[in-house]
Design a protein around this ligand. Structure first.
Ligand code: GDP
Ligand code: MG
Length: 425
């Protein structure tokens, strides 16, 4: 889909097994349609197959595959998208039934990621994930290509071509891995440098389309892409924000989480998610107007747990309050503590949000008494961007200070720490 994503007609296929309710299926398909249009496709039909269990060979069963394939031809579809993830064997078998491309949910998400990746590392990781996903599914793709070029009966040469193709992909995978190692080393260096500047980081997380980029946009006029498409942000965008208590923090936007995000993708997107791992606190933006909001909250929590960051301080931010009643907002704010309710788009209640961030951050601060010789002052001056000077007293050779600063930056001033300073003024 990456090549000509403008006018592709897509047919969506979902399987309803015995443990999936009608409403669940409906919301899943809604999301898939949203994903497909984010990738630039035009959804022309949604097909549903009911079965007790998925068919191990063809997922939806042969009869249904034939029926949908005929319908796809009739509707002039260019691509058939399965709502679930197909095994390599299922993908290969299904491609025998269809005259057009068959992709699954993971491939669709990867396609969107590929369109949106902006950093070098992001691009390398998406390509790597795409090739690794493609490799075991190659036969189907090959058959598809042969069919398109009218190569009926070319099985022998086709097989040989497939071998060549496989080897090429393996070479490319090896190259991408080497490149990634280099880029990672460089990024590690950059992060170490940034870490030395003691500004607390607020990681913005949340389900995709919750309004994370809009929030950062409104807060900082940062010009961060905010649009009604999934994954409008792939690479983290970080902006400086001054809190009401004058402390400076960095707000870092992240890629949205999504239901059924496969493990392979989580691994591939560590680059964006690593920002989350290093944040001092997280704000979890929730689309309060979404019918499935509580399920989305759970999906985000699950990913945060997987990343091992669930024990960080988290502020729940209910967004889009312009679209629901006060009573509903009050109910959720009460249920999920600590929380605030805002409208990122309209700029409503953003001060409540910032005050809550200050309040939570304060708990991450510690107070210390230090003596800073004048000749050292200029060297460590930068730490005061995040520190609050509670008291100070100038002496002949330096300054006694009592300061409050984030615990994790304390090591920067540890050498200057003194006990029992008597402050006169
Ligand atoms: P992200 O995927 O979480 O970064 O979401 P975006 O910031 O791209 O926003 C997704 C959509 O929600 C956009 O169409 C926004 O205009 C819309 N949106 C964001 N905040 C609000 C809000 O407070 N009220 C309403 N009604 N829409 C909002
Ligand atoms: Mg975004």
């Amino acid at each position: 889909m990456t090549q000509d994503k403008v006018s592709e007609n897509a047919l969506l296929v979902a399987l309803q097994t015995k443990n999936i309710s009608d409403s669940e299926l409906h919301l899943d398909l809604e999301e898939l349609a949203f994903l497909a249009s984010s990738a630039g496709a035009n959804v022309v039909h949604r097909a549903i197959q009911k079965r007790k269990d998925p068919d191990s060979a063809t997922f939806i069963g042969k009869g249904k595959a034939r029926e949908i394939a005929a319908f796809a031809d009739e509707m002039d579809c260019n691509v058939v998208i399965f709502d679930n993830n197909l095994s390599p064997a299922q993908a290969r078998n299904l491609s025998d039934f269809f005259h057009v491309k068959v992709i699954d949910r993971t491939q669709l998400i990867l396609d969107i990621f590929a369109q949106r990746a902006r950093t070098k590392e992001g691009k390398l990781q998406v390509e790597l994930a795409q090739l690794q996903y493609l490799l075991p599914r190659l036969v189907g793709q090959q058959t598809e290509m042969m069919r398109q070029s009218g190569g009926i009966g070319t099985k022998g040469p086709g097989e040989k071509k497939l071998e060549v193709q496989r080897r090429r992909i393996n070479d490319r995978i090896a190259l991408l891995k080497r490149e990634l190692t280099k880029v990672k080393a460089k990024r590690h260096e950059q992060r170490k440098r940034r870490k030395a500047i003691p500004v607390p980081v607020v990681g913005i997380v949340g389900y995709t389309n919750a309004g994370k980029s809009t929030l950062l946009n409104t807060l900082t006029n940062a010009g961060v892409l905010a649009e009604n498409k999934l994954f409008a942000t792939l690479d983290p965008t970080t902006r400086r924000v001054v809190l009401p208590d004058k402390r400076v923090v960095l707000f870092s936007d992240t890629v949205g989480f999504i239901n059924k995000l496969p493990h392979t993708l989580i691994a591939a997107f560590r680059a964006t998610l690593e920002e989350v791992c290093e944040a001092d606190i997280l704000i979890h933006v929730i689309d309060i107007a979404h019918p499935d909001r509580e399920k989305q909250i759970d999906a985000v929590h699950e990913v945060l747990r997987e990343l091992d960051v669930f024990d960080k301080p988290i502020l729940n931010v209910f967004n889009k309050i312009d679209q629901v009643s006060h009573a509903e907002t009050d109910f959720l704010v009460e249920k999920y503590q600590p929380s605030v309710a805002i409208s990122a788009l309209r700029g409503h209640c953003l001060n409540d949000l910032l005050r809550s961030v200050s309040w939570i951050l304060k708990k991450e601060y510690m107070t210390a008494s230090i003596f800073l010789p004048y000749e050292e002052y200029s060297k460590v001056q930068y730490i005061f961007s995040c520190a609050e000077i509670l008291q100070q007293k100038h002496e002949e050779t330096g300054i006694y200070m009592q300061i409050s600063m984030p615990k994790r930056f304390f090591y920067l001033i540890k050498n200057f720490e003194v006990d029992d300073v008597q402050y006169q003024n």
